[in-house]
Design a protein around this ligand. Sequence first.
Ligand SMILES: C[S@@+](CC[C@H](N)C(=O)[O-])C[C@H]1O[C@@H](n2cnc3c(N)ncnc32)[C@H](O)[C@@H]1O
Length: 365
Amino acid sequence: MQLFENLKRVFTKEPYNAQQAQEMAHLYSWGAVIFQVCRLLIKYGILDLLNDHREGLTQNEIARAAGLSDYAAKCLLESALTTHIVLIDTETDKYFLAKTGWFLLRDAMIRADIDFNHDVNYEGWFVLDKALEQGQPAGLKHFGDWPTIYEGLSSLPEQVQKSWFGFDHYYSDHSFDEALAIIHANNTRHLLDVGGNTGRFAMRCVASNPTIEVTICDLPQQIKMMKQATDGQPGSERIHGVRMNILDESVAFPTDTRYDVIWMSQFLDCFSEQQIVSILRRAAAVLDSNNRIYIMETLWDRQDYVPAAMSLTMTSLYFTALANGNSKMYNTDDLTRLIQQAGLEIEQIYDRIGNGGHSILVCKK
Ligand SMILES: C[S@@+](CC[C@H](N)C(=O)[O-])C[C@H]1O[C@@H](n2cnc3c(N)ncnc32)[C@H](O)[C@@H]1O
């Protein structure tokens, strides 16, 4: 397995002494409720309050400001204390924000992950074992009877949709500028955005280049949402939509025009290995020697930091329990093998795109 240097150092030898290892195991065993404590400290504004009151606040002051009973505030604060989210001054009995509490409050990635895990995944995790055993998204059933989450995205409850899109956008948006610089540097005239979702990338693409045309292909429900989101926006006349279920093997990639770049951002992770080979084979069929497929993915082995790699391997389990039961966040070895099986070769890899460890794999025939 290829691993970026930092990961190699920590994943190839035991990182903890016995006491630390036992502490971690205890944390994991209470992980479900620690997660809820973190979420509620944010929801009730307790972390915000402590951040605003660096001089500290008593439990009673916190309870009153948060609109909670003394009992509720005490339970939350004591569990926050024992998990190092807050600190206490034993002379004054005042609580203070600890560093971990500050990150829970201010780290945008952590906030997107918390909302995603609570609103989209939490109930689904309960049947993760069924999903793993059956290769079916068993945790999706309580939302609706769709084969995958993608058919249901536009009909999910509002808050669930908000958190799904918040997560999806967080992990793509900040990489778009660097990705676009690479795309524009190659004089791209027409780009096919496969799985372009609500058109956020397409809008940035037309806004950053006055002549480029973008065609998005996605499921019919998403093309409808994309039209609603882009209509009337500057450059939207250069964004086109094609309704396409890519899992229908009889469906070929559009050949109405010659696409210089076939763009797949956070797309292939939505599919099983077999499905990826089929998608890439059909994409390869419309390539000539001058155009390229650009695959942007967050490959978990190409991360510099353990939390990034951990978030990605955990996201795989969202795919298992909620999304489709058979896809994941891939690593370099797996994706390379699938690309080659589809008759393609990787010409270049750009790493550390955006602030989230995205990679762009440029593939040619
Ligand atoms: C994780 S989102 C990525 C969206 C966007 N490209 C980005 O980078 O944020 C995956 C996209 O693939 C689309 N998709 C999933 N299954 C599909 C299918 N069977 N056919 C076409 N599009 C599909 C979804 O609708 C969604 O827009």
